[in-house]
Design a protein around this ligand. Structure first.
Ligand SMILES: [Zn+2]
Length: 147
């Protein structure tokens, strides 16, 4: 996954701002084939969303269908698609929970930012392939003005 520094900072700021609850949001961009012919996700825009989980927001999240549809419409108006979601983990590792694995959509990336004592402590991204399971993918943060 490729993401610009500013978008990466928005995710970090959102995670810290929602502490002690998990933050969540959607990522818009596009997918392309890299030199090895593998699919690579490029994140262009971040859409912070409301965690609508009724209880247990300290260790779970839910994005409403209506907010998802709104973000999808806005992304398409910019020529982009929703390429995945992000959320935070509070004082636990940046590893997908069983609920996370169920939430992940085929072809989408899931970025997880772990906070320890309110400080970002690790970031991972996971890609559910259209065929062939759920795998960790590298994250490349692009500095401003590049890519
Ligand atoms: Zn999670």
């Amino acid at each position: 996954m490729q993401i610009h520094r500013r978008q990466f900072e928005i995710i970090q700021e959102h995670a810290i701002g929602e502490h002690p609850y998990e933050c969540c949001g959607l990522m818009a961009g596009y997918r392309r084939a890299n030199r090895k012919g593998e699919t690579e996700t490029v994140v262009c825009e971040i859409a912070p969303c409301t965690n609508v989980l009724y209880s247990g927001r300290e260790h779970g999240f839910e994005i409403s269908y209506s907010e998802y549809v709104d973000v999808e419409r806005e992304a398409r108006s910019m020529g982009l698609e929703i390429v995945g979601s992000y959320h935070s983990h509070i004082d636990s590792a940046a590893v997908p929970s069983n609920n996370d694995i169920n939430f992940a959509r085929p072809g989408h990336s899931m970025l997880i930012i772990a906070l320890e004592h309110r400080i970002p402590a690790g970031v991972t991204s996971w890609l559910r392939r259209d065929v062939g399971g759920f795998h960790q993918e590298p994250i490349r943060v692009e500095e401003a003005g590049k890519g």
